[in-house]
Design a protein around this ligand. Structure first.
Ligand SMILES: Cc1ncc(COP(=O)(O)O)c(C=O)c1O
Length: 432
């Protein structure tokens, strides 16, 4: 089989020996698909809507992290020869999950320690905690993002065989490697090939979720590198100390500078704040909060497109970005635009691993038990639904966990009412 090589190295051969990279994606180029049903739903007849299916770019855990990791882990493994990784994030961190799933799948596997901080408790968080443990992470808990970061830093200072991957795989306040961002410059080269092949017209706009902004920064830098007319709209889904215009600009420029330092023929381009848009107003009162708009976007997309095509959005990142895209395409002046939604969330089935944990939360370090003892998010947990019923039921393990939306429940009325009442009291949707 022909060895895959980044398009970036084909375009700038001098980068090949100077930029670390290992092949990790198992499905590439990721398809671009037309979202016809959504176009109809929003009367978007003159425009076109597409989705970039990064959610399936890896056989175990897809999403935006794997693109970053091809370059980051290239450095960790080939250059630094490290044997272990430490990183951090919220208790439901997708970055942490992608990291430990990958570390576990490498040959030989790498050890992985995750330092986690509190975020709003949901089923997504609970299942992530089970999965970190399933893939073999050592878990550590702190209260806030800042205290977690400091603890991670100290751990790393005293454990030199570990490499420290910054939260989200992006530089923090300008410090740290821009290699993750380079992964998304590469992603734009991939998109550009698809444009050349006529699989998608050059988009006017790309919508993407912005947390640490590394993903969006790479897309912005890639578009400018290739002189595309496409404007990236990064939707802020984290607090403004990270998801802000100057951080995104700095991240994009850091990656471009990194590449131009390693290849004199690389164009000297600079990103300014006019090269992209940062969209605010969809976060709600904080990171991980479920908002009405985000939940609606998740539901509409699943009903009209995801169910058929095999993907789900989430309420923390992609649901908020999609909600912003909906508001954009509703506006008259945008009705004839070509819009691409970059799906950064994994859509592989993780329940196959989840079931193997038998939901034994007591296997986790003691500090995490409270996240399971406070509240249950699944109807079958609340009603003690028998195995024979639940295993055939579409509500079982349903990740949006509103059983009344997905099934004609076989349980008696009283049990259904109990589950409905309890779940309605724990699923808090913020009016944002
Ligand atoms: C599903 C998803 N989308 C988007 C992002 C944001 O990416 P970035 O931190 O590069 O802005 C993340 C980060 O964890 C994520 O998990």
């Amino acid at each position: 089989m022909e060895q895959r090589e980044p398009l970036l190295f084909k375009m700038f051969p001098n980068l090949k020996d100077k930029v670390p990279w290992i092949p990790l994606l198992t499905n590439f180029p990721t398809p671009v698909e037309r979202l016809i049903e959504l176009e109809k739903h929003f009367n978007f007849h003159k425009g076109q809507l597409f989705i970039k299916r990064d959610d399936k770019n890896h056989q175990i855990y897809g999403g935006n992290k794997l693109r970053k990791f091809e370059f980051i882990f290239g450095n960790v493994i080939n250059k630094k020869k490290k044997k272990a990784i430490v990183t951090s994030g919220g208790i439901g961190t997708n970055h942490g999950l992608a990291c430990v799933a990958l570390c576990n799948n490498l040959n030989p596997p790498l050890k992985c320690d995750l330092f986690l901080f509190n975020q709003p408790l949901t089923w997504h968080v609970q299942r992530s905690l089970f999965l970190y443990d399933y893939f073999g992470a050592n878990l550590h808990l702190s209260k806030t993002d800042v205290s977690t970061f400091i603890k991670t830093l100290f751990f790393w200072i005293f454990h030199r065989k570990y490499d420290f991957i910054l939260p989200g795989g992006s530089p923090l306040f300008g410090r740290g490697t821009p290699l993750g961002i380079v992964g998304f410059i590469e992603a734009i080269l991939e998109l550009s090939e698809q444009i050349k092949k006529g699989q998608i017209p050059e988009p006017d706009v790309i919508f993407v979720a912005g947390g640490t902004t590394g993903t969006a920064a790479g897309l912005v830098a890639g578009c400018k590198l290739l002189s595309l007319k496409t404007k990236v709209y990064a939707v802020a889904v984290y607090r403004s100390f990270l998801a802000n215009v100057s951080n995104l600009t700095r991240n994009a420029n850091k990656a471009l500078k990194y590449l131009s330092k390693r290849d004199k023929s690389f164009p000297k381009i600079k990103i300014s704040q006019n090269d992209f848009k940062l969209i605010e107003g969809y976060l709600g009162s904080g990171y991980g909060i479920k908002t009405i708009k985000s939940q609606n976007a998740v539901d509409i997309v699943f009903d009209l497109e995801g169910k058929e095509k095999g993907f789900n959005l989430d309420t923390t990142y992609t649901g908020k970005a999609m909600a912003a895209m909906f508001d954009f395409i509703k506006q008259e002046e945008n009705k004839s635009k070509k819009v691409l939604f970059w799906n950064t969330y994994n859509s592989n089935d993780l329940d196959i691993y989840l079931k193997k944990t038998n939901f034994k939360y007591k296997n986790l370090p003691k500090g995490f038990h409270k996240f399971f003892e406070e509240v249950s998010f699944q109807c079958w947990q609340i009603t003690d639904c028998q195995k024979e019923i639940r295993e055939d039921c579409p509500a079982y393990l349903n990740h949006e966990y509103r059983f009344w939306k997905v099934t004609d429940c076989l349980l008696d009325d009283q049990k259904q009412k109990k589950a409905f009442t309890e779940l309605n009291s724990v699923i808090k949707l913020e009016d944002a």
